[in-house]
Design a binder for this molecule. Structure first.
Ligand SMILES: *Cc1c(COP(=O)(O)O)cnc(C)c1O
Length: 429
């Protein structure tokens, strides 16, 4: 495959942009090789600047539930573009967007739009702190909630010691209010709650995790977590930036049958434009400025172009409930193909799937938490990634990401992918 233009552009990009990219994972660091510069996307395919075509499963890291550039989103954008790009004043579309989100996700009574998933999660934690008057919050090892300072904290050595920053620039002051629990381990929550009685404002969790590969909570765990939060007056935040409108119309909370107090969204709700949102119980959301004292703002929040794309995406979901059947059909078809390949190859790699999110780990142990996920042989994943790429299949350039299937993937796309999967694994194991 000729990628000479991408190689040249990457060299140039690194002179002007740190690492040549505007978000680190795009640089292919964990799989090696030269990142591809993309020219265009259409349906299930993207095209690089050298004219190579790829069937792809990243979907801009989640937003493209319907594949690239679906006509109903493109048309909505063109229509809005005629009227203007940004007013910094209220628009009717923002009411329509809020009503639609509230209609699709029963736990949401009020919602505020922001510009990214990071903004949504950091605002939700601030709202929970403002509402409870408490400082600390609990997150889980292996979950990702964006790059706000107080999320970039991992567990210290002893289970009950303070956390430590995972990045320079994050202060020890931040670390002392972030507590880390183990995914699917209710004892770790009970210990932290007992140790910090009356001090915990929130628990934030990816209820179906997609940032340590795909890992789902157990029914028992999430129900117990809900009742501990109720007993202790802790705000339960579901980070559904990835799972919202992907695993079901009502997100992971619909799949699990558990209602959080606050939910964060991103990715799909922007229809490919930069959008996030947080919402939930009215009594918490009423604490947000200007109606309440918790400050939160954004020059471009609720931006008309972003709202028109996001609204078009969510309206399509509302009007076409069959979307989730198509996603399930496509994703399970791929999973079956992969599993049958693994059988033929005599490998029992862990495969996790929830709806249109799935992940193959290069370990034969079951993966239910972060400790198990990191047993995956990431070097082997890197080889697999490049074998697939050479066969025209573009997967996430990192092991601990999901394979996102869209409604745009055809049976032909999926068959080609399954064939490439067999050949790629046969070549490396
Ligand atoms: C992507 C992601 C975020 C961060 O969203 P950005 O838009 O990249 O800031 C937060 N939480 C989860 C679960 C995500 O997958």
């Amino acid at each position: 495959m000729n990628i000479s233009k991408s190689i040249k552009l990457f060299e140039e990009a690194q002179k002007y942009i740190p690492g040549g990219v505007n978000s680190p994972v795009r640089a292919f660091k964990s799989v090696g090789g030269n990142p591809l510069f993309i020219e265009s996307g259409n349906g299930s395919k993207i095209y690089d600047v050298d004219g190579n075509e790829y069937i792809e499963y990243i979907g801009s890291w989640g937003p493209h539930l319907f594949g690239h550039n679906p006509p109903f989103i493109k048309n909505a954008l063109v229509e809005m573009l005629e009227k203007g790009t940004s007013f910094g004043a209220p628009t009717e579309l923002e009411i329509e967007m809020a009503k639609l989100i509230i209609n699709l996700v029963p736990s949401i009574e009020m919602v505020r739009m922001v510009n990214s998933g990071t903004e949504a999660t950091m605002s939700a934690v601030r709202a929970a702190r403002g509402y409870t008057g408490r400082d600390k919050f609990i997150k889980f090892e292996g979950c990702y909630h964006g790059h706000a300072d107080y999320f970039l904290i991992k567990a210290g050595s002893g289970a009950l010691t303070f956390g430590v920053p995972t990045s320079p620039g994050v202060t020890k002051g931040n670390a002392k209010d972030t507590l880390n629990a183990d995914y699917n381990d209710i004892e770790s929550i009970k210990n932290l709650v007992a140790e910090n009685k009356g001090e915990i404002a929130a628990v934030i969790i990816e209820p179906i995790a997609g940032n340590m590969g795909v890992v789902k909570v157990s029914d028992e765990f999430i129900k117990e977590l809900r009742s501990i939060c109720d007993e202790e007056g802790i705000v339960l935040i579901f980070d559904e930036v990835m799972t919202g409108f992907r695993v079901a119309r009502g997100g992971a909370q619909e799949v699990l049958g558990v209602k959080p107090d606050l939910t964060t969204f991103g990715k799909i709700i922007g229809g490919g434009l930069p959008v996030g949102a947080f919402g939930g119980k009215r009594e918490i959301m009423q604490k947000i400025a200007p109606v309440g004292p918790v400050y939160q703002a954004g020059t471009l929040s609720g931006n008309p172009l972003a709202m028109s794309a996001g609204y078009a995406a969510l309206k399509h979901i509302k009007d076409n409930p069959g979307v989730y059947d198509t996603l399930e059909k496509n994703s399970s078809y791929l999973e079956k193909g992969f599993k049958s390949n693994l059988e033929k190859l005599g490998k029992n790699y862990a495969m996790n799937r929830v709806g249109s999110m799935q992940c193959m780990f290069f370990t034969e142990e079951k993966v239910n938490d972060f400790k198990a996920a990191v047993k995956s042989d990431t070097e082997l994943y890197g080889k697999y990634f490049h074998e697939m790429l050479n066969r025209g299949i573009y997967l996430a350039p990192a092991q601990f990401e999901a394979v996102f299937v869209s409604t745009a993937h055809s049976t032909d796309d999926l068959d080609k992918t399954i064939k490439a999967h067999y050949e790629s694994l046969a070549a490396i194991i």
